[in-house]
Each structure stands twice: as C-alpha cells, then as structure tokens.
Design a protein around this ligand. Structure first.
Ligand SMILES: *Cc1c(COP(=O)(O)O)cnc(C)c1O
Length: 385
C-alpha cells in the first residue's frame, strides 16, 4: 500500500500551478524533488520517531562516493547556509577581515557582521563577474576568510578556470577560501571550474554545495561542504548534534542517485532560460547572460514597484534593490508556463508604458492631477527600458 501510494505521489501535481502564484523569487526547482528522493521521504516517514544519524555519516559517505573523495572530506549541514554558519563559528575570528564581492550572496555580509569581523567588499567587474585580481589584492595579514560565489548570485556569471587558478595561486595559505557553488549542478561543464579540484590538491579551501537548488529539496534544509580534513574536522566540532533531520539525510542520499531527474532539471532550465532571454530581447530589455537557473533583468524603472505590481498579478520575483542593483529584477526560471506568465505581465507593463509615452502629456499636470494619478499609472511611468 505504501508503495502504491508513493507511486502516485512521485508525480508532481501540475494542478497546483493553476492556483499558486508563479514563485520565481528564490531560485527553487519547479520540477520538485527527484522521484527517488520523493520515494525515500515517503518510505522513511515512519522513522520520524527516531533520532537521525547524529554524525550524518551515511549521507556523507554517499556524497563522498559521488564526488570520489574521502568521507572525511564531506561535512553535511542544514543547507549550505548551515555549513556557512559552521565556517563563521570556526574560522571567522572577531576582528579579522572577511573579503567578498558586491553584489553577491547577502549571507557573507550577514555572518561578517554577526561575528564582529570587518567586511572588505570588492565590487564586481563591469560585466558582473567576481574581480578575482582585485579580491586577491584585498587579501591581507588580517584576512581570515574569502568568499567566492561561483557562479555568482544574483548576477548568474561564473569566473573562468584560468582566473580561479591564478587566484588560488595568489591567496596566502593562512586564508580560507570558500567557493560557494550552490548552482554548480546547473552551471557545470567544460568551461566551469570545479572547486573540488582544489580540495584534492589539499588547498585551504571549502566548497559549498546545496540540495536546495537543482536537487529541489530547499524545504528540507540540507547541503554540504567539501574540504581537506583539517577544515571539515574543525567544522564538525562546532556542528550541533542532530542538525540535519532524518528525512533530509535520506532524501539527499537518494537524490544523488537520480541522475535522470537531474538531467531533466538541467534540460528544462536551459530550455526555459533560452526562451526567457529570447523574449526579453524581443521586448528590448537588457539582461545578464546566466549559467544558472535565474536571470538578472534590467527593467530600468522602480524595481521595487515593479516587483510589487508583479506580485499583485501572481508572479513573484526578487527586486535588485535588495542586492544594491536598483533598476534590476532577478527572476528564477520556472516551468515554461510560469515563465510565460511572467513574460506576459512584463510585456503588458511595457506596452502600457509605450502607449503612455506615445500619447505624451497634453498639458502640464496640475498638483491635484498628480494626486489623482492611479498607482499603476505611476508605476508604468517610472518604468524605463
Ligand atoms: C541558495 C544559496 C545558498 C544556500 O542554500 P541552502 O542550501 O538552501 O542553505 C548558498 N549560497 C548561494 C549563493 C545561494 O544562492
């Protein structure tokens, strides 16, 4: 009976999309968890009365086999965020300097402040990539940790192999380099450096990976770090027992086995991303070419108002202001249907704005007129191309 039930439930429920908003703000996986992970979750529900493996050894071993490294090189956490926290607790000494890019993943700044460290912030290059030369220059005697988000959230751009090799050769050994590869499964390919290579070379590096993005398990909170043993053992020392629950551990192990699902996820992502970019070009909107499952789009006007307007239409996206990029919105690739919904709403905003411009102001607006202006109209006026 259990099997029959799980057999039914492994199919994602498409009817949900009709009533739910198109959730394109958090880079989640629109296809959901892999069928094998789904089944593992259902079949392990009865274990909810038992404590999980406190050392996460089963799952860490599975991941180590998957990556062909030693089990001691893996440290599991409650999401990549949970591993970031372990890094903060064991390596970000109060008063030390922490180097990271801007705009990038906001949690580097969050932990830097929380730990009483000094942020050393390096702007991205004009083409929205990490400026690794400048970041290497920013590293000094006081630096404890450098974060490299590759590919970068929110800009979706990777650094090249050569750039990362040069950077890793320049950074002094006392500095821990954290390579945040939360989007690795989407981006990986011949041009994309694999941080685990530096772990194999025994460098002072920790690679962050997540089950929240391509593996579709964001709600279960599971991710991992890959590093040389002296780093992973330090992280394990500050990890609380039982931080990764049993469903998350078993689902993560099972997800790794489901290569077919991962391929489907990658295939859909590329298809939908191409479609989105082609439409954006037709609309005359600039965007940053992305190797991830999200695209940063230049909407020109008030990104916060546009995000609010889209939310009212049932489409959730992230405003760039949150990342210090006003005039931009970050949009995850959803299903084709969700992405079309987003593009239709965006197109109608732009069409309305064009009409507004064509008609032009017939006369100078009076003070009273400005007050009477519909909120939507105010939004459209503010939106440039
Ligand atoms: C989503 C994300 C994470 C965190 O992922 P979790 O595993 O859900 O904690 C880490 N880094 C980057 C760059 C992300 O975008």
């Amino acid at each position: 009976m259990m099997l029959a039930r799980s057999g039914l439930l492994v199919e994602p429920a498409p009817s949900l999309e009709v009533i739910e908003p198109a959730e394109l703000s958090s880079n989640e996986n629109p296809l959901g968890p892999a069928p094998k992970a789904w089944r593992a979750i259902l079949e392990s529900m009865g274990r909810a009365s038992r404590y999980p493996d406190r050392d996460c050894s089963f799952t860490e071993e599975r991941i180590s086999q998957y990556l062909d490294v030693d089990p001691g090189n893996i440290v599991l956490g409650a999401g990549a965020f949970g591993v970031l926290r372990l890094i903060a607790d064991s390596f970000m000494k109060p008063g030390s300097e922490v180097v990271f890019a801007d705009p990038s993943y906001p949690m580097y700044r969050y932990f830097t402040h929380r730990k009483g460290c000094t942020p050393v912030i390096v702007p991205l290059t004009p083409d929205y990539r990490h400026d690794l030369l400048a970041m290497a220059d920013a590293v000094g005697q006081q630096t404890s940790v450098v974060f490299v988000c590759n590919p970068n959230n929110p800009t979706g751009r990777p650094v090249s192999h050569e750039e990362l090799i040069e950077f890793m050769d320049t950074v002094p050994e006392h500095v821990l380099v954290v390579l945040d590869e939360a989007y690795f499964e989407y981006a990986c390919g011949p041009d994309m450096p694999d941080g685990v290579d530096w772990v194999r070379a025994e460098r002072n590096v920790l690679v962050l990976r997540s089950f929240s993005k391509a593996y579709g398990l964001a709600g279960l909170r599971v991710g991992y770090g890959v590093g040389p043993e002296w780093i992973t053992s330090a992280l394990r020392q500050v990890r609380d027992p039982f931080t990764v629950n049993c469903l998350a551990q078993l689902a993560a192990s099972a997800a790794l086995e489901d290569r077919a699902h991962l391929e489907a996820v990658r295939g859909l992502n590329e298809y939908v991303r191409d479609e989105m970019c082609a439409q954006l070009e037709r609309l005359g909107l600039a965007y940053i070419p992305s190797v991830t499952n999200f695209v940063m789009i230049q909407c020109g006007g008030d990104d916060i108002a546009i995000t609010e307007h889209l939310k009212d239409q049932g489409v959730r996206v992230r405003h760039g202001s949150e990342y210090g990029m006003p005039g931009w919105i970050r949009v995850s690739t959803g299903t084709l249907e969700q992405t079309h919904r987003f593009l239709e709403e965006l197109a109608s905003l732009i069409t309305a704005q064009d009409q507004e411009q064509e008609q032009g102001p017939t006369e100078e607006p009076h003070e009273e007129d400005a007050h009477e202006q519909e909120p939507e109209q105010a939004l459209l006026v503010s939106m440039g191309k």
